[in-house]
Design a protein around this ligand. Sequence first.
Ligand code: 8YV
Length: 339
Amino acid sequence: MGLEAKSGVRYRTVITQLRGRAAVANKPDLLTVARLAPFLMEPLQQAFTVHERLHEEDPAALERIAPKIRAICGSGESKVGADLIARLPALEIISIMGVGYDGVDVAAAKARSVVVTHTPDVLNDDVADLALALMLNVARRIPQADQYLRQGRWTSGPMPLARKMSGARLGIVGMGRIGQAIAERAKAFGMSIAYTARSAKPALPYAFHPTPRELAAASDFLVVITPGGAATRKLIDAEVLRALGPEGYLVNVARGSVVDEAALIEALREGVIAGAALDVFENEPNVPEALRALDNAVLVPHIGSATTQTRHAMAARAFANLEAHFAGKPLPSAVPECR
Ligand code: 8YV
């Protein structure tokens, strides 16, 4: 059986399991805080009384049903602040379909004994694949090459030469599960690999640099895959970009908040760095015109985990967390702070 056929069978099985598991007698009330895919909405609607994004669509209606809401389901980009948590006195669980949960005020949730869950692991391959794709796209100028051909410019001569990626120095900011998946792939390109993280991981065979600036100074490609949130806000600033230098490329598959976007635009404009490839932005889905106008930037709309196979697996996990909670069973993937 081919890979495609096999994965087709796998995610059809996941959907069937979701439908089967959704037969719950007493439907708890659930608030969605993101536009969720139909393959998650369908099982949710079978198992819960779902109130779709009422906090945005109809705050007065939310006020009326607030005392009944026992669960929230959202995406990695969802904002669940202390104010929303305070308005829902019966809230028990916040299930995020995403590995990142920086939009959730976990401290406020914990203070109310509300558990937070997410969907790690199942998206490691996709996000790591995209990181490598972005590195290749920005270095080899694939989007520009595609345009060059389509616009009929090839007939006037070849494209200017690009930058070789194989054998270059890769610096990874954040060496968690996805960082390690990126490193594994980069090995196949003969790249030397170094990283920065809150602390060194002696079990890994890669060089550790204590700060992003020192790592950037030793890298040709700096790939950002650290969690978002207050601790990493604008970690990649003008100083780090200067250290990366005019031959260096920045790739961000983490959160827009980790990079100082204004400083990055300036660095791209002035040739402080060679280029950037970004999957995430400070104010999604709005991307500044100044960034969109730059020829040395490759920009994609937050598609790190956006494959059918992975999104189905994430939906299954987000549902499984809710199901386990209401069945009084151990949670498949509570966030570390709630374990
Ligand atoms: C998605 C993500 O954009 O997992 C994350 O943290 O940012 C992404 O995978 C999103 O959460 C899908 O629901």
